[in-house]
Design a protein around this ligand. Structure first.
Ligand SMILES: [Zn+2]
Length: 441
C-alpha cells in the first residue's frame, strides 16, 4: 500500500508539468535568475575553439581573407570592452590606440605572472571551463594538453596535386590553397615521407599513418574539416579505380581538371571518414556560413552532407556538425536524429545576440537535447583583442541564452526543473565528453 501511494505521488509529480502552454508565466524572471546560477556553476567543455596568441600562425590551418564580418563579430563591438573590463579590469570605455596600450601591457604582465601553460589554464578557470578543444594546425608549448585536447585538420590530404588552377579561382583560394599545401608538407615531414608516394595505395597508407600518429602520439581527439571553404560539401561516390587513375595521372605533375580533382577529393574524403570510424576518431565538419568574399553558401549548405550522414557505411563514424549548420540550424537539428550525428553550437552564440541565440537553442533543446554541444569558436581578433576576450563573450552569451531557454521551457510547462538541470549539464559538458573515451575519467 505504501508503495502504491509513493507510486501515485511520483506519477502525479511527473505529470504535473505535462501540459505545455504557449506563453511563459510570471515566474519567468525568477526562473531565469535560478537557471543562470545553475548554468554558471557547471564546469563547461568547449567543443570548438581556436585558443592561441594573435602572432601564432598555427591557431588555424587557414587565414582570414578580406571580407566583411557580421555586425556582432567586428572588433568594434562594444561588448568587447566589457570583456576586457571583466577579465582584466580594463579602465576605459573604448579601444582608442592610447587606451588599447593599457590592455596590451596588462596582458603582457599577466603572461609573466602566469608563465608557460599557466596563462591559458588561468583563463579556463576564469570561464569555469573544465577543458576546451584547441582546433589548431599544431599544438604550441603554451597550451596544457591535459586541458586543451587537440582537434587537427584533415583537409590537406585532399589537395596533393598541382593546385595552380584552384588557387587562381579567386582571392580567397589564393590565401587558402598555399596554406593547405603547407599543411600537407608538414604532415609529410612528420611521417618522414619525402615525396608523394607513387601509388594511391601508398598515399592512403601515409594518410592513415598520419591519423594514427596524431591520435596516438599527439593525443588528437578528432579530425576537423573546413572543406566548405574550398569546394562543395556534396561528395559523390567514385570508385577506387577512378581515384587510382586520377592519382596515377597527376602524382608526378600536371593540373587536374575541376571534375577530376573533385572526384579525387570525393574519394579521399570518404576514405578519411571511414578511417574516423575504424579509429574511433570523431569527424568535425564546418557546416555554417564562412568568412571571405567568395564563400559559397548554397554549395556549403549543411544539407549537402545528408547523403554522407545517412549512409549506413559510415554509421560507425561520429560526426560533429561544427556551428550547427547556422543559419540553417532549425533544419540542421533534424540531422541529429541520426544516431551518430551531433550538433555543435559554436559561432552561433557570437553571430547572434543572446536574445536570438536563446530561440535557436530552445528549438534544439525541444528537439534533440541529448545531441547538442556547447562551443565558443574563440579566435584571436588582433594584437589588442585576443582569444581571451572572444572566449569571454562566447562563454557569457551561451550561458545566458541557455539559462533563458530553460527558464522559458520550465515556465511554459514543457519540462521539470530536474530535466532542465540535466539538459544544462548535457549541453555544456556531458554529451561532448561522452564522444571521446580518452577524456572521461
Ligand atoms: Zn572554428
Amino acid at each position: 500500500m505504501k508503495l502504491l501511494c509513493a507510486l501515485i505521488i511520483f506519477l502525479a509529480s511527473a505529470f504535473a508539468a505535462a501540459q505545455a502552454r504557449p506563453y511563459p508565466g510570471p515566474d519567468l524572471p525568477q526562473l531565469y535568475q535560478h537557471y543562470l546560477d545553475v548554468v554558471n556553476n557547471i564546469p563547461a567543455f568547449d567543443h570548438h575553439a581556436h585558443p592561441g596568441f594573435a602572432d601564432d600562425p598555427d591557431v588555424d590551418a587557414m587565414a582570414a581573407p578580406p571580407g566583411s564580418s557580421a555586425f556582432r563579430e567586428r572588433d568594434t563591438n562594444p561588448e568587447l570592452v566589457t570583456a576586457a573590463r571583466a577579465l582584466w579590469g580594463y579602465p576605459y570605455a573604448d579601444f582608442s590606440p592610447d587606451h588599447a596600450k593599457w590592455l596590451v601591457q596588462k596582458k603582457a604582465e599577466m603572461k609573466k605572472q602566469y608563465p608557460g601553460t599557466a596563462y591559458f589554464n588561468m583563463l579556463l578557470d576564469k570561464l569555469n571551463f573544465d577543458r576546451g578543444v584547441a582546433n589548431r594546425a599544431m599544438m604550441p608549448d603554451y597550451l596544457d594538453a591535459k586541458r586543451f585536447p587537440w582537434v587537427f585538420f584533415a583537409d590537406a590530404f585532399m589537395w596533393p596535386f598541382d593546385n595552380t588552377k584552384t588557387a587562381a579561382r579567386n582571392g580567397d583560394q589564393k590565401v587558402y590553397i598555399p596554406l593547405q599545401e603547407k599543411m600537407l608538407k608538414r604532415w609529410m615531414q612528420q611521417e618522414k615521407v619525402s615525396a608523394l608516394p607513387a601509388t594511391l595505395g601508398d598515399y592512403l597508407k601515409f594518410v592513415t599513418q598520419t591519423l594514427e600518429d596524431n591520435q596516438k602520439n599527439k593525443r588528437g581527439i578528432a579530425m576537423k574539416f573546413e572543406v566548405a571553404y574550398f569546394r562543395t560539401l556534396h561528395f559523390n561516390d567514385p570508385s577506387r579505380e577512378e581515384a587510382d587513375a586520377i592519382y596515377k595521372k597527376y602524382v608526378k605533375g600536371g593540373v587536374p581538371s575541376d571534375s577530376e580533382y573533385l572526384t579525387f577529393q570525393d574519394y579521399i574524403f570518404r576514405y578519411l571518414i571511414t578511417e574516423g570510424g575504424r579509429l574511433k576518431l570523431p569527424v568535425h565538419i564546418h557546416s555554417a556560413v564562412g568568412i571571405g568574399d567568395y564563400f559559397n553558401i548554397s554549395e556549403s549548405n549543411i544539407m549537402q552532407l545528408e547523403n554522407i550522414l545517412r549512409d549506413p557505411r559510415y554509421a560507425g563514424t561520429t560526426f560533429v556538425m561544427i556551428h550547427g549548420g547556422y543559419p540553417l540550424e532549425r533544419e540542421a537539428i533534424w540531422l541529429a536524429a541520426i544516431k551518430n550525428v551531433y550538433m555543435d553550437s559554436s559561432l552561433m552564440e557570437i553571430a547572434m545576440y543572446p536574445s536570438s541565440f536563446k530561440d535557436s537553442l530552445r528549438q534544439w533543446l525541444e528537439t534533440f537535447p541529448d545531441k547538442i554541444t556547447f562551443g565558443t569558436d574563440c579566435f584571436p581578433y588582433n594584437e589588442i583583442l585576443g582569444a581571451e576576450e572572444s572566449y569571454w563573450l562566447g562563454n557569457i552569451s551561451a550561458r545566458q541564452a541557455l539559462a533563458a531557454a530553460l527558464a522559458e521551457m520550465v515556465s511554459s510547462g514543457e519540462i521539470t526543473d530536474v530535466k532542465a538541470i540535466e539538459m544544462a549539464h548535457a549541453y555544456l559538458h556531458d554529451t561532448a565528453i561522452s564522444l571521446y573515451p580518452s577524456l572521461s575519467h
